[in-house]
Design a protein around this ligand. Sequence first.
Ligand SMILES: [Zn+2]
Length: 76
Amino acid sequence: MQPGAIQCTRANKVLPLPGVLDHREFTRVRTDLGRCDVCDDGRAVFRSADGRVKLCEKCYGRLVRAWNMGKGVSSG
Ligand SMILES: [Zn+2]
């Protein structure tokens, strides 16, 4: 699995995120963003800097983990 490449399988859909996604570009917001762009299930609470991608807590966590793994950083 490549860093930043997140795949969600849901309802026979695979939704890969662009590999350019960087969790540091995401900001937690308090406004209602609607559904997560990746899993289309969780409530989105993170928004990318350009506002085009919204992530729920779970998918954001995976993004961070994938990024950490790519960086060789071990955490949690
Ligand atoms: Zn999600």
